[in-house]
Design a protein around this ligand. Structure first.
Ligand code: KIV
Ligand code: ZN
Length: 465
């Protein structure tokens, strides 16, 4: 099989260590299968010894997946390793990930162990894991703050005890690309084994370098990258796998090795994780952000229309995003406006477009983005799309019983007319929208709903429908 960069997805383990994220059992299963379809090689499904919930979901995922390896995390403790064995034994390809911290600061303050004790523990627990698993991965936690000679000693011990995957975690996101890449180079030169050893990178994003560090690891000889979808994870998160996969694809001229990620499903998996984690992807996030394929500047829009590659290094279709957006705004020029008219199916003479373009500019001065509906309105001589036709004037919620809430909703339209009604529902949101349905005598579809804390202890809620 052609060599490829293996992708180890830890969205369900390190990703779930994101403050505020807690996937339910069902969500974990609903995430695991799409991850397999996305093409990751290994899924770290959880830390089974940490809770019964984690154990049960790792077990269910192990049973559900058919091609992807399923891995569980274990401390250097036989009971942890046994629990991973129990949880993953039904997997097509079970794996265990054994770790212990190796940096001086962790040894002194966290483990209170000497270096000799750590070496003995690695030998004992990796050897034990090898009795139960064909594939054993070992991680020296906080590797990037471990002195290189001791790091080499730890890794050689793990390899001698039959670990075949060595993961080098930048646990606190402290390293930088050249330094991190050199650690892999050094390890590859120093570690000896009769087995083929795969070196793996695991980066945190505290300094915003997780993806760059992962790519530098590949240059240093790593052949497996650990990370999460959307880069969720402990503190600032982990390396965003979609960025690693796309960098390898778009810059294959440089890396000369790719992953087996099914790039077309990237946006879909990103949306899924965003929804279940309850974490919005920033608009400007590479590849999966709403703006990732939008070109706002008039100069850019004009150039793209003349020759796409002037400002486009990858198509949105490559990652499963429907179309390239050339959003019309106040910076858009005549060329982009004219193309938009064509795309919307209008055949308007250049002469007539002059007046329409003037009107468009007036609207664009008032609104940040000019939507397709605004364009239709300009052409048909109606008002441009209003940002809000109705506003909530008053809202009262009442707890009726465990499963029944009631809502009184008062809305005002932009001519000052008041409408009101009340309803009940199984929760307060359902009650509110039932009341809204009664006001408008229509079924409203809730498209987006958010509760955001403005300051500690106070919340605002925004909904679009
Ligand atoms: O960041 C880290 O060190 C980890 C280990 C458990 C590998 O997540
Ligand atoms: Zn981590």
């Amino acid at each position: 099989m052609e060599e490829h960069i293996k992708i180890f997805d830890t969205t369900l383990r390190d990703g779930e260590q994101t403050p505020g994220v807690n996937f339910t059992f069902d969500e974990r299963l609903k995430i695991a299968k799409p991850l397999e379809n996305w093409g990751v090689d290994v899924i770290e499904a959880g830390f089974p010894a940490s809770s019964l919930g984690s154990f049960k979901s790792v077990k269910a995922i192990a049973k559900a997946l058919t091609t992807t390896a399923v891995c569980g995390l274990a401390r250097c403790k036989k009971t942890d390793i046994d629990t991973v064995y129990e949880a993953t034994k039904d997997a097509t390809k079970p794996q265990v990930h054994v770790f212990i911290a190796t940096s001086p600061i962790h040894l002194e303050h966290k483990l209170k162990m000497t270096q000799e004790e750590v070496i003995a523990s690695i030998n004992e627990h990796v050897s034990y894991a090898k009795e139960l698993f064909e594939v054993v991965q070992f991680s020296p936690e906080d590797a990037t703050r471990t002195e290189i000679p001791f790091l080499i000693k730890c890794v050689q011990t793990a390899v001698d005890a039959s670990a075949t995957i060595i993961n080098i975690p930048d646990t606190v996101g402290f390293s930088y690309p050249t330094e991190y890449g050199l650690i892999f180079k050094k390890l590859k030169e120093s570690i000896h084994s009769d087995n083929q050893i795969i070196f793996s990178a695991h980066c945190h994003d505290d300094l915003g370098m997780a993806v760059s560090n992962s790519l530098a690891a590949i240059e240093g000889g790593a052949r497996r990258i650990e990370g999460t979808v959307n880069g969720i994870g402990e503190r600032a998160g982990n390396a965003a796998l979609q960025e690693v996969a796309l960098a390898l694809y778009v810059r294959k001229d440089h890396y000369c090795i790719e992953s087996k990620i099914n790039l077309k499903q990237t946006k879909k998996i990103s949306d899924l994780i965003s929804r279940y984690a309850g974490i919005r992807v920033p608009r400007n996030k590479a590849i999966v952000g709403q703006n990732a394929f939008s070109h706002e500047s008039g100069i850019h829009q004009d150039s793209i229309l003349k020759h796409r590659e002037t400002y486009v290094i990858m198509t949105p279709q490559l990652v499963g995003v429907g179309t390239t957006e050339l959003p019309l705004g106040k910076l858009s020029g005549k060329h982009a406006f004219s193309e938009k008219l064509k795309a919307l199916g209008y055949d308007i003479s250049t002469k007539d477009q002059v007046a329409l373009f003037k009107q468009f500019k007036e609207v664009a001065d008032k609104k940040k983005d000019v939507s397709d509906r605004d364009i239709h309105a300009i052409i048909h001589g109606t008002e441009h799309e209003q940002s809000a036709i109705y506003q909530v004037e008053n809202l009262q919620l009442q707890y009726v019983s465990k499963d029944v809430q009631s809502a009184v909703v008062v809305v005002k339209d932009n001519e000052g007319q008041i409408y009101q009604d009340s309803s009940i529902g199984t929760g307060s949101i359902v009650a509110i929208y039932n009341a809204v349905d009664r006001i408008f005598k229509k079924h409203t579809e809730l498209i987006d709903y958010r509760i955001e804390s403005v300051t500690e202890g106070r919340s605002t809620c925004s909904a679009h429908y």
